[in-house]
Design a binder for this molecule. Structure first.
Ligand code: ADP
Ligand code: MG
Length: 397
């Protein structure tokens, strides 16, 4: 792989100019709060995703970083500099939008060269060639935008934004117009480009899989607030709210009452007569004896056996009884829906290795899992938060 480093001559490796720090940044439109005052730090050189359903305030947050929107409160810092009062063109930031807005009458080469020419730079050849190499469009330099596919046009838009050597690249649903397969390819492509140039990317998306595939750190936004921020794996394995548990993938959430809790050990709870266990360290709130708690577990962490085989389940596993109401074979796995007395709907994803022919709709079954794979959530929240919004724009989970 060739390595193009468009920022080497201006940017020392120790430069922190690409770190983004938002302090108490918020935005109101009249009485409506689009973004509640939030603090956010994006480390220099990281691939950061803002993830949330349509209308939760992602674009507004991005536009405040770019200087396209004046915050109602708070400040924006790039590196050590407070840029809150600077106009967009004075900020070392560039934005790529869903609509690539290439100049239709200019060829690819001139589209990419545009930013340099506007700054009065005469010898653009080397930089444009490097940029076209970076996005792997060297052979397309003399084509017009309409002669390229959507994914290729979006790569031109990225090249055009990067040639000005921004310290931060903001991307607002840049892959939204592409079909699913192309979007997957472009996710990997953008990730490669970011790794190669090493500048900070802040990527906005409503697609949870996209955020998890691409970003080092994901901030999950809901109704103008950041609900949780972390590495994709941590968000998925230990969600701290029902919204995150439901919006990122699928979770079974079982309401229970705590019987017994030790701070370092296990929490025992009862849910309609079913005894369950979750490690205290995996609870988002300190569990109190007699208090309510939601026990969460991901469907792929759970195994399923016909009730007549219950004796084969090893000691120490959580068990939930139920009846299969639906099963869908989707190739790599079979997705079962149970009706369980303790919590109503309960989902189990079983890898298709050796399928048990008895696991069909109507069968009485026991679902079981290692307690270490569960997580505990505050029972005061809406148990269905984030359910309806996940994938609501036609995404495949
Ligand atoms: N200029 C504006 N005037 C009034 N309301 C706005 C304006 N821009 C955005 N909003 C509202 O602010 C909320 C957040 O919008 P936005 O940041 O675009 O969300 P997202 O990008 O997450 O879909 C939405 O409810 C939207 O309708
Ligand atoms: Mg938006």
């Amino acid at each position: 792989m060739t390595t193009t480093t468009p920022s080497t001559d201006q940017t020392a490796p120790t430069d922190r100019g690409g770190a983004v720090r938002l302090e108490g940044i918020g935005k109101k439109y009249g009485n409506f709060t689009a973004v509640h005052p939030l603090d956010l730090t994006v480390p220099q050189g990281s691939f950061f995703a803002l993830l949330g359903a349509s209308g939760c305030g992602k674009t507004t947050t991005l536009r405040m970083i770019a200087g396209l929107e004046v915050p109602t409160s708070g400040s924006v810092h790039l590196g050590d500099e407070d840029v809150t009062a600077l106009p967009p063109y004075r900020r070392p930031v560039n934005t790529v939008f869903q609509s690539y807005a290439l100049f239709p009458h200019l060829d690819i080469y001139e589209n990419v060269a545009f930013g340099l020419r506007r700054r009065g730079i005469k010898s653009v050849k080397k930089q444009v060639a490097d940029m076209l190499d970076l996005v792997q469009l060297g052979d397309y330099a003399r084509r017009k935008p309409h002669q390229l596919s959507g994914g290729q046009q979006q790569r031109v838009a990225v090249a055009r934004a990067l040639i000005n050597r921004p310290k931060v690249l903001l991307l607002d649903e840049p892959l939204g117009a592409l079909d699913l397969k192309l979007r997957r390819q472009m996710q990997l492509e953008l990730k490669r480009i970011q790794t190669e140039v090493g500048i900070t990317f802040v990527h906005v998306t409503h697609d949870q899989e996209e955020a998890m595939t691409m970003a080092d750190t994901v901030a999950v936004m809901n109704a103008g607030r950041v609900e949780q921020l972390g590495a994709p794996e941590d968000l998925y394995e230990t969600p701290r709210s029902t919204f995150v548990a439901n919006f990122l993938g699928t979770s079974n959430l079982i309401p229970g009452t705590v019987d017994d809790a030790t701070p370092d050990g296990d929490v025992a709870l009862t849910s309609r007569g079913t005894r369950l266990v979750v490690p205290a360290a995996r609870c988002a709130v300190p569990p109190r004896a007699g208090g309510a708690l939601l026990l969460g577990v991901r469907p792929e962490k759970v195994s399923l056996v016909p009730v007549e085989d219950e004796a084969r389940i090893p000691e120490g596993r959580n068990r939930v009884r139920g009846r299969i109401t639906d099963s869908s074979f989707i190739g790599v796995s079979t997705q079962y829906v149970l009706d369980a007395p303790c919590c109503g709907r309960f989902e189990v994803y079983a890898q298709n290795i050796e399928r048990d022919a008895r696991l069909t709709p109507g069968a009485e079954v026991v679902a079981h899992w290692n307690p270490a794979h569960g997580f505990g959530l505050d029972a005061e929240q809406d148990i269905d938060a984030g359910v309806a919004t996940a994938g609501s724009e036609g995404d495949v989970a």
